[in-house]
Design a protein around this ligand. Sequence first.
Ligand SMILES: [Zn+2]
Length: 287
Amino acid sequence: MSLVGQQERESGLSQPPAHASGRHRGNGEPAKRGKPAGVRRRTMSISQVRRTGVASAVVSTLGIAMVNTTGIAHSEPPSLAELRTAGTISAAGSSQTDDATDDLSDPTLVGQQHSDDAAMQRRAQADRVDRDQALAQLSILLVQQRAAAERTGRRQDETQRWVRPIEAYLTQRFGGANGHPGIDLGAAYGTPIVAAHGGTVIYAGWESGYGNFVQIMHENKVVTCYGHLARLDVRVGQVVTTGQQIGLEGSTGHSTGPHLHFEVRLNGQDGTKIDPLAWLIEHGVTY
Ligand SMILES: [Zn+2]
């Protein structure tokens, strides 16, 4: 009597796997045909993993072990037995408890082997899903970086661009016998004068000899100077872009006729005066 009770209790304890096994046997497949059944079950388990693969995309940060658990938790009725067994395999690493005992009590150890394979395939599939996800994210990152680099490249092109300060002819070079500190560019009175390069206006007003005078500070403390203007179109502190109009050509100050006196100074407002023509050529601008 007590033995029966014991068996009943054991039976009760091992009911879920027994029930699960029952479902497999309930398919009417003889134990001898375990191999084809195993193959089919494997296929099912892979499709199951594909489904759980989507879940793994969502919880990718939780890791593969967690994905396996999630897959089992969300398994569907048709493959309940399969997943039940797979659950044992997945959990084997962390906790070999009731399920492991139940499986040992199951005489169909061939099925256990197949379940091992299925679980391994499941893990492999999960790994592939994770890897594909990582590659996809990497691709997106590379595309974004390339776009950013192109934007930066365009900005750099713009910041490095220099233009003619006036459409005119070269009428006097730098240096010479009288130590000309710049170049003279002759054009019709009132021809627009533009910033040869983007920067900040550090002077805009009358200067002895230069007449109406503009100075623009660029990067690396390079300063361009514009003299004899008929009109000033900028004020001190104003930020100007490359090619932006700063005034009109004239003949103010010490001048014998309408022209732009143009200078380039290094190391600041009162820095070294260099040959503007050479500087312009160096920056792709010719007269
Ligand atoms: Zn001059």
